[in-house]
Each structure stands twice: as structure tokens, then as C-alpha cells.
Design a protein around this ligand. Structure first.
Ligand code: ADP
Ligand code: MG
Length: 237
């Protein structure tokens, strides 16, 4: 315990929440599957960044997490790796047979540019594994995006407005989507997407399209999360 406390101090990692798993010392000891480790190696990321050290093991346990770290600290991979590992763990047949049921995961980002950066990273790591990513963003043809969605994908990266749009127009179904990432949630709130990000209209609407009723709430965690979210919102206002 003491060693882990020192390790976290060294990397400036602070944690809050129940039963937080130990951070990653080395990629190889992270429990990330071999195929993904090989891609990390090829891309040349020799060490995980601090947010990756702590967020990835939490993500690998399929737990909810709010992560905060400065720009350029590798947050994209911190949420992408657990997602890719999880998709990889699904039975292969599911991937092929049920593609008209839409993606397994939605990643929301405040701007087109950001969404496209995430798409790039997701393809860099996902494509070699056969995991398909489609960007659903404003400014490009909705029909083109609808066409790509119909071909099937595992991950959708979306800006809030266009996401609601394609859901309402049934270009996108979320009947097997059980995973949601809100990248730069603070910025989405600042830009006035709060209803989409937090309550009511947007995320509520998105969640309604998801089979979340099947999800088991983690009671250990629920209280911590309410607290975290309040804290996060007050800090970023
Ligand atoms: P953030 O979202 O925290 O601002 P990004 O995820 O965009 O940061 O990552 C910033 C840059 O760092 C990207 O170019 C990314 O490819 C690179 N990067 C991510 N993880 C690592 C790593 N473990 N080692 C080296 N570079 C990394
Ligand atoms: Mg980022």
C-alpha cells in the first residue's frame, strides 16, 4: 500500500473512489491483451502517461470513471485502450452477425476537429484489430455517414448535435451500445451543450436509445460518482 502511495505521488496521480486498482508500472504488466501491446510497441509509446497508468486499470474493470489531466497527457488512449480490450473480448460471431444493431460504444467530443483526432487514434489502434470506427460529425454529409453506419462499425465518435440528429432520423441505432465516453466534458458544458452532456434532453435521450436497463449499477461506486461529478462541475464553471 505504501509503495503504491509513493508511486502515485511520483506521477502526481490522485484518486478518489472505492477500491481503486493499482496503477500500471509497465505496459507489459498492465493486463492489456498481447495484440494491443504489439500496436502500442509499434507506435512507439514506451511508457504509459500518468493518466493512462491509473485510468486504464479502472477502465479494464469496466467501471465508470471521471478522469482529469492536462492537455497533451494522453487521455485519448486512456479511454480507448480499455474500450478496445473490451470489444476484443466479445465473441467474434457477435461482431459479424449483429452489425445492423449499431456500435458498441459512443464517444462524444465537443468539436469536429477533436472528434476527427479521436477517430484517427481509434483507427490507428483499432483498424489492425478489425475494429471499425465511424465519425458522426457536423459539416459533412449526413447521408455519407448514414451509409458508413449501415456497413457496420463497433465505435462511433460524435459531436452532440449531429449525434442527436442521426438518432432521431434513425441513421443510427444504439440497441447494443453499452459504453459511452464524454471527451472534454467540461468544454462541452462551456460551449452550451450542458443539456446534452449532463441531464435532460441530450444524454438522457442518448441513454434512452441504449440498452442500459441491462446494466448493473455499481452501488459501491454510485455515491462516490455523485460526489465526483458535483466536484468536477463546480471546478469547471
Ligand atoms: P489529451 O487528450 O490528454 O490532450 P492526447 O490523447 O491527444 O492528449 O495525446 C497527446 C499526444 O500524446 C498524442 O499525439 C498521442 O499520440 C501521444 N501519446 C499518447 N499516449 C502516449 C504515450 N504513452 N507515450 C507517448 N506519446 C503518447
Ligand atoms: Mg483529448
Amino acid at each position: 500500500e505504501r509503495d503504491w502511495r509513493i508511486f502515485r505521488e511520483d506521477y502526481n496521480i490522485s484518486i478518489k473512489g472505492g477500491k481503486v486498482p493499482n496503477p500500471i508500472r509497465k505496459w507489459k504488466e498492465s493486463g492489456i491483451s498481447r495484440d494491443i501491446l504489439e500496436i502500442i510497441d509499434k507506435v512507439g509509446y514506451r511508457e504509459p502517461t500518468p493518466i493512462q497508468r491509473q485510468a486504464i486499470p479502472i477502465g479494464l474493470q469496466n467501471r465508470d470513471i471521471i478522469g482529469v489531466a492536462e492537455t497533451g497527457s494522453g487521455k485519448t488512449l486512456a479511454f480507448l485502450i480499455p474500450l478496445l480490450v473490451w470489444i476484443r473480448s466479445l465473441p467474434k460471431m457477435t461482431l459479424i452477425e449483429d452489425q445492423d444493431q449499431g456500435p458498441y460504444a459512443i464517444i462524444m467530443a465537443p468539436t469536429r476537429e477533436l472528434a476527427q483526432q479521436i477517430e484517427e487514434e481509434s483507427n490507428k489502434f483499432g483498424s489492425p484489430l478489425g475494429i471499425r470506427t465511424v465519425a458522426v460529425i457536423g459539416g459533412l454529409s449526413r447521408e455519407d455517414q448514414g451509409f458508413k453506419l449501415r456497413l457496420g462499425c463497433e465505435i462511433v465518435i460524435a459531436t452532440p448535435g449531429r449525434l442527436i440528429d442521426v438518432l432521431e432520423n434513425r441513421y443510427l441505432v444504439l440497441s447494443r451500445c453499452v459504453y459511452i465516453v464524454l471527451d472534454e466534458a467540461d468544454r462541452m458544458i462551456d460551449m452550451g451543450f450542458e443539456p446534452e452532456v449532463c441531464t435532460g434532453f441530450g444524454v438522457q435521450k442518448i441513454l434512452e436509445h441504449m440498452p442500459v436497463s441491462n446494466a448493473k449499477p455499481d452501488t459501491d461506486q454510485a455515491e462516490d460518482e455523485d460526489h465526483l461529478l458535483e466536484n468536477f462541475k463546480s471546478k469547471h464553471r
